[in-house]
Design a protein. Sequence first.
Length: 675
Amino acid sequence: MHKNPLIQAGGGAAKVAAGQAFASAPLPAAARSEDRILIEDVTPQIDGGRYPVKCLVGETLTVQADIFRDGHDRIAAVLLYRREAAAGWLEAPLRLFDNDRWTGSFPLRENGSYRYTIEAWTDAFATWREDTEKKRGAEQPLALELEEGRALVAAAALRATGTDAALFARVLAEFAAAAGSTRADVLLSTSVGLIMARWPDRREVRRYGQELVVTVDRTLAGFAAWYEMVPRSQGRIPGRSGTFDDCIARLPELRAMGFDVVYLTPIHPIGRINRKGPDNSLTLQPGDPGSLYAIGSDEGGHDTVHPELGGLAGFRKFVSAARERGLEIALDFAVQCAPDHPWVKQHPEWFSFRPDGSLKYAENPPKKYQDIVNLDFYNPDRAGLWQALRDIVLYWIAHGVTIFRVDNPHTKPVPFWEWLIRTVQTCHPEAIFLAEAFTRPKMMRALAKAGFTQSYSYFTWRNTKAELTSYLTELSQGPMREYYRPNFFINTPDILPAFLQRGGRPAFLIRLVLAATLSPVYGIYNGFELGEAEAIPGTEEYLHSEKYEYKVWDWDRPGHLREEIGKLNWLRRANPAFTQLTNLRFLPSSSAHVLCYSKMMPEGRNVVLVAVNLDPAAPHETEVELPREAWGRPAGAPLVVTDLLTGAEHRWTGEHQRFVLNPALAPAAIFRIEP
């Protein structure tokens, strides 16, 4: 057996050998003087900088970090930032906030991506100034200290240019001409401190080890009201598809209700193989149009418009008409195919086949989708498939669409979405992607981190005070606030929540107010404004769903909510506090059935208070505590408030306010606290 000679040599010899080995070891990399500065806990950053944070054009990104070093020398630090494609860095000052925590910010003026990082260095002049001030206060001799200070100023003068160079020359001349205590007055003056801060010695600067990224989306990505429309159901003739001309006819109504985005369910040709009948049945009758999501036939695939709707020409006319009214169009990007989609013949390697040679259709047990087949994202030609899907997105962008609602992204690889969104937004930073992923929380968060601009949420099923408070606190105050931008869709073609099924018109109003005032981005699916609540018994599926059949709606039927929707969307725009999510604060209130919360712009500007009765069946009274101090309103003084739903003005006194909310009359109250 081989034996270690150091062990054989005995204790003394072993120590000598070990000491010699240690003595020959190289100095650690951190032996450089600049590495004595530590930069830690930089925020915001997602997963150690793996993913970008999200902001909007016009916002300011505030960055914080722990910056410190050994000893007592002073530190200076800056925040470096630049557009992704820019060559040089811009700088913003970092200032000591508290306990070695530094903070700074920079403006986000353009749609796209920015990079940011931090630099710090030992501030020799600030250190000298602090030490000299102490010695001066103790009446100690300063001759050597003043010579050290003069040398620091002279070195900075060599770095300076322009008018600052002349200022340095004047300071040095004044110092040379001064005598006695006035020499110290020259170098310790505030003006010299300011000019020295502009020309620091950064030869031994420490830079944070990462360049972090912030994605800056356009305003519509963070504040918008969405209306989901099934184009073929906008017509007026039973048993026949509506057209884009019928969709155009509805645009004035949608704009009057205050919507910003009109989102279309799939507009592509529908497969004929295994075509589904009403309510997803296997029984097909002549003339049944099939499922909207069984995309592709011999007429074309994802880059084709169904001829019944008016083809590509009809679609472009619709996009133009919407734009004229200030509306943007969102398309459903459903990455799935009918069995007769052109890709099945052109690229069979992109699909999965069963042992008997048949195509493997989609399933979500107990649901079966015999009319839909999924794509294999890791097939031998995965590059061809990924690029083809990217080209579909680019095709629709070329035709005036920059918003995409992505169907079931959680059933496709996260790396694919990260690649596709990054690739598209590099050329088209205006593109917006909404993830329709009602799935496990960690997968929903992963998709948001990977690049999705907006995400569906669990709001659809959060009904009680405790549920809403807990979930909204997580979204607005927890780590998700940096990257997860929720879009509060109240209903979808797949989801008619039980709360709406059983609660009648008050339930629709309750959910409308909650969605529109809790989240800056929310949406409804057509039929919501009519109070449509007929479901397949025991399910959340709409009965006679327009996913599978032509439908004609009576948009003027009694009990519709058009006026209420329009008023809410108007007051959302009129009050900037509703454009934010992270300013949400829940207020203590006495009733378990009434949810009270406020939103406020900085410095007490535009304060709003919302109270919602969560019970659609009975009136409830509550007393809410008013956070006067947080609102910047003096204690004891009357509060002037405006009821934003009625326009009435009130004067509130005291620290509490009592509400009685009757769902049969008005299940919610929305107030603006005036200056």
